[in-house]
Every structure is written in C-alpha cells, then in structure tokens.
Design a protein around this ligand. Structure first.
Ligand SMILES: [Zn+2]
Length: 235
C-alpha cells in the first residue's frame, strides 16, 4: 500500500497543471535514486515537456490545501450547480469540436478518393520513368492523409469519451454528494484516491509561470486565484 500510495501522491495533480507560457500539461517525474548508503538523492518534480520549466512536487502540492480551503468556504449546493453548468458548457464545446473534426475527416476522405483516382488513371497509362516518380509521390501523399484521418478519429474518440465521463458525473447526484462530502473532511482523513477524485472534479486548471507563481481556477466559479495571495495574507 505504501508504495502504491507514494506513487500516487506524486501524481495527484497530473493533467491539471499547465505551463503558463507553453500551455502544455506538466509531466510528473520522480528523479530520486537511492545511493549505496541507502540515502535518497534527487527530487520529485513536475516539468514542462517543452520549455523544461520545473517545480518541486512538494511546493506545487501546497496549492491542494488552499484549494480545499476555498471549496470549504463555498456552499456544496452552489458548487454542484456551478460545476454542473460548467460541465454543460464543456460538453457543448466538445460537441462542436467533434463536428469540426468530422468535417475535417470528410475533407480528407474526399482528398483520398481523388488521389486514388489519380493513381488509378496513371497506372493504366504506360509507365515512363517520370510517371513512376509521381506515383511514388501520390502514394506517399495517400499514406499521409490516411495518418491524418487516423489522428482525427483518435481525437474524436477521446472527446467522445470525455463527454461520456462528464455525463456520468453530471447525472449522478449521488457521486457529487460523495465527492463534496469528502472535500469537507479533514485533509488527513482523505485518502489519495478520494483526494484525486475531488481535485479532478473541482479544478478547472492550475497554471505555473516562470517565477513559480501558482494560479488556479475552480470549475464552479472560474475566478482566478493564486497561491501567493494567501501567503501574503498570512504574513
Ligand atoms: Zn513550458
């Protein structure tokens, strides 16, 4: 349990934190190694895959307590209603994105038919050397369009999956009661699975900038908050 638990702790905010300048999700990395004397070296970090901006896991995870406090300052009913509205908006965006992707796919399918015709016509002719080269180009083009179609299909499926998940969360009030009940329990009594569930359902996004300032939005109100605000207030 302790091993699984510790693996999970370092990824509590996976897919919820982006780099403010690259708009990319940060990867969770455990760079710790154990030396011959049994001492641990290295750090657990979240790192931006494109600009390599990094932040220590412990430092970033301070935001979790702040978020839990924010949630507790709200009325559970308002949180539920806010998130539900948000889910409907998100589903609308997802549905439009799917329509757009499907249109793109139609266009690629159309292109591929044209390329196939072109190849067929040229194959029927007597093939001279130059034609052969052109056929190679067409074939390569056909393969690349096929790859684009596969990519679009993958995106459609992912978005469809997200819609199904959202529908499940939205329609199930019981689930929401449980999530919110957990959020109002003392932090020490919340296990990592419950905590991850609270965080993924209630956080819209967390952003880190080059000065290590942590900004976040909760799904039910989308007000921009920052971790430093609270620290300033404390001192
Ligand atoms: Zn970055």
């Amino acid at each position: 349990m302790s091993k699984i638990g510790s693996i999970f702790v370092k990824t509590l905010l996976k897919d919820l934190v982006t780099c403010k300048s690259c708009k990319t999700f940060l990867d969770c990395k455990d760079q710790r190694t154990t030396g011959y004397n049994g001492k641990k070296y290295g750090r657990k970090i979240y790192v931006c895959p494109s600009c390599k901006l990094q932040i220590e896991t412990d430092q970033l995870h301070l935001v979790i307590d702040k978020i839990l406090n924010d949630i507790r300052l709200n009325n559970p009913k308002q949180i539920y209603e806010g998130v539900s509205t948000r889910i409907h908006e998100e589903m609308e965006v997802l549905k439009n994105a799917i329509l757009e992707l499907k249109r793109g796919k139609e266009m690629y399918l159309d292109q591929i038919e044209k390329v196939k015709d072109e190849i067929r016509v040229r194959l029927e002719r007597q093939i001279i050397e130059q034609e052969k080269k052109f056929l190679d180009v067409l074939t390569t083009y056909r393969i690349s369009i096929n790859k684009r179609i596969e990519h679009v299909e993958k995106q459609i499926n992912e978005k469809q999956k997200r819609i199904t998940e959202q529908q499940k969360v939205d329609s199930n009030k019981e689930t929401w009661n449980l999530i919110l009940q957990d959020a109002f329990v003392d932090r020490e009594k919340i296990d990592n699975v419950e905590l991850r569930n609270i965080l993924t359902n209630l956080i819209e996004e967390i952003k880190i900038d080059k000065n290590m300032s942590i900004e976040y939005q909760l799904r039910h109100n989308l007000e921009k908050q920052s971790l430093s605000d609270q620290l300033e207030l404390q001192f």
